[in-house]
Design a protein around this ligand. Structure first.
Ligand code: ADP
Ligand code: MG
Length: 300
């Protein structure tokens, strides 16, 4: 495209809340035939809430929440925020809320799995089944049952292990964005297919995908795996756009022909992307591609 055409189009995009970083992104977007969506914070609102809790031990719910909060306090993951909110609500209800959070030692982030640390004398792990498996903590039938039941309802389970045993769990919902389903179907009408790639488990991911009308899902994929998936799809000769919001999406945003970051996402994702959807509205995925198509057809 000529510099003038690029200027006009980027100006038009900016006025619609679509920030296009230069002519290269604009030129590539018109060839996109496949859009890969991250799940959490991209297709979903990214404001998860704990909707159920359960005990598998003799710890009280308050103690379980305290341990989980201590471990999650240093995490920036949306699930950590949900767990902490839940713990706060419980303590407010019980009239025992204080700002004070128990200190954690040896804090560790397990990307795509959870967090761990020492809370007082206890070793605490908060995360998914993969984290439990990696730390050789048995997940009994009672726990499996709880997980299965909740995942089928599109909920993500956060397990809390204390001293080598799963002591309790939380089920978290993260509603899909209201426009998600409509956008997927609109993209289809533009000749563009959509798939999902997520670090979350298969059952939850599939349930969310079904809600928004996506029928291809890659679940339990770590950040580098997301980028590898993109490269794999490109090797089949496709022009691929990636839409994501998290640090864990940045390698994939870079690998994609067109990386699109959700405006409300993390700075790292915004930096890695070619296009930023300022309004965090998924409709602007189509806006961006449409703008590119119109600009490029005017040129040729
Ligand atoms: P996504 O690709 O959907 O944004 P992530 O890769 O960030 O997901 O995380 C994948 C999974 O790892 C989560 O669904 C959750 O089960 C687990 N997880 C990651 N971080 C945490 C945390 N701080 N607390 C609890 N679970 C976590
Ligand atoms: Mg995300």
């Amino acid at each position: 495209a000529t510099p003038t055409a690029v200027m006009v189009a980027t100006g038009k995009g900016a006025s619609q809340g679509v920030l296009i970083k230069g002519g290269n992104a604009l030129e590539k977007a018109h060839k996109v035939k496949l859009v890969v969506f991250d799940k959490t914070g991209t297709l979903t609102l990214g404001k998860p809430e704990v909707v159920s809790d359960v005990l598998f031990s003799s710890y009280s719910l308050e103690d379980l929440c305290d341990m989980a909060t201590a471990a999650e306090a240093n995490s920036e993951h949306p699930l950590a925020k949900a767990v902490m909110e839940h713990a706060k609500r419980l303590r407010l209800k019980n009239g025992s809320y204080t700002e004070h959070v128990t200190e954690v030692k040896d804090f560790e982030v397990h990307t795509g799995a959870g967090v761990s640390g020492k809370v007082g004398e206890a070793t605490v792990l908060v995360g998914n089944k993969r984290l439990m498996r990696a730390c050789s903590i048995p997940v009994g039938p009672e726990v499996e049952d709880y997980i299965l039941k909740n995942e089928q309802l599109a909920r993500t389970c956060v397990l809390v292990a204390i001293d080598g045993k799963v002591a309790g769990a939380f089920a978290v919902t993260d509603p899909v964005k209201p426009e998600a389903r409509c956008v997927i179907s609109f993209l289809r009408s533009m000749g563009i297919s959509s798939i999902m790639v997520t670090g979350d488990n298969r059952a939850t991911a599939t349930a969310i995908a079904k809600e928004v009308g996506i029928d291809k899902v890659f679940a339990e994929i770590d950040p580098m795996g997301k980028a590898d998936k993109i490269k794999e799809l490109q090797m089949k000769g496709m022009n691929v756009a990636m839409v994501g919001d998290g640090i864990n999406d940045s390698p994939a945003l870079v690998a994609a022909d067109v990386g699109m970051a959700i405006g409300a996402g993390t700075d790292v994702a915004i930096e890695a992307a070619d296009i930023v959807l300022i309004k965090s509205n998924l409709e602007d995925v189509a806006t961006a591609i449409d703008l590119s198509r119109k600009t490029m057809s005017r040129i040729r």
